[in-house]
Write a protein that binds this ligand. Sequence first.
Ligand code: PEP
Ligand code: MN
Length: 360
Amino acid sequence: MENKKEFRSWLDAHKLEHPIVIAGPCSAETEEQVLKIAHQLKDTDVTYLRAGIWKPRTRPGNFEGVGAIGLKWLQKAKAETGLLTATEVANRAHVELALEHDIDLLWIGARSTVSPFIVQEIADALEGTDKVVLVKNPVNPDLALWIGAVERFHTANIKNLGVIHRGFSTYDKSKYRNNPEWQIAVDFQTRYPDIPLICDPSHITGKRDMILEVSQTALDLNFDGLMIETHYDPDNAWSDAAQQVTPDSLIQIFKDLRIRKEQDDEVGYQSKLGVLRAQIDIIDNSIIETLGKRMKTADAIGELKKERNVAVLQSKRWNEILGKMILAGEEQGLSEEFILRVFKAVHQESIVHQEKVINN
Ligand code: PEP
Ligand code: MN
């Protein structure tokens, strides 16, 4: 995937607004429901109307989607509102039906991305398409698996590719339905800066009242868009009821979001930014120098302890240091959690240094 530039095409070439917004129900339920939501989203920031037609459910017996008939409802919604359409495809038959019904954007679900067999089947079925194809991250936090799926679509000559970050499942309970693990999305973005990256705060949070906060984080991290599940009666939705928002709430979310530009070429801004970045570089270098000095001092302490045959780890002294540093950090506006993380790392490195001295 050398020529990354070509991937911007579906956002920039189609002159789509940043951030791009994909919204609509988790599942298409009835024709009336799809049309009603489409009309409510018509004159908003939304570009793509989403609706799941085939639903991958964790356990059997839950609502598994209306099937191909829902594609007709999406087509009708597009004809009536002008919204582009989006749905999930999970095998060759889904792809063929979605293409027949001229769906504009197809996404690959998190449960599909984990399987190279199914990804390859979908990629083969989509070969050469100019539809937008968005690859959700796999359910497990595995960057290579996500990249591997994107590579399969790229190899199948799909130009309008993008990815969706929808969080990662964990066995431990957390405040999220799927942990965001932002670092994985940021690592993806660093490797492929020109592949559009969309955030799905609905599946990350699982709760509608956390959607604004997670969307803001995504925009602050330069994501290119958001996919937000939207339903006029979320509590009675046939799937994912707790995380869907009403069209009115969606409009409010977009009023509340601080939407920042990725870049600004204005000269004054650029020169001020340059000065501040130069200062940061100087400070970072001095942090490294100071840490180096601290480790040399730790080596000297190691020598002393070696002479007197004293153990490396002195927990009492360590607790005293931590207590003092937390207080000093507070005065500088640094959180206790940050100080603990930094000083634990510093302490560990000191121990490694002293061990080396003592065992030499
Ligand atoms: C969905 O978007 O409705 C969906 C099933 O998402 P995911 O694949 O992220 O679970
Ligand atoms: Mn859903």
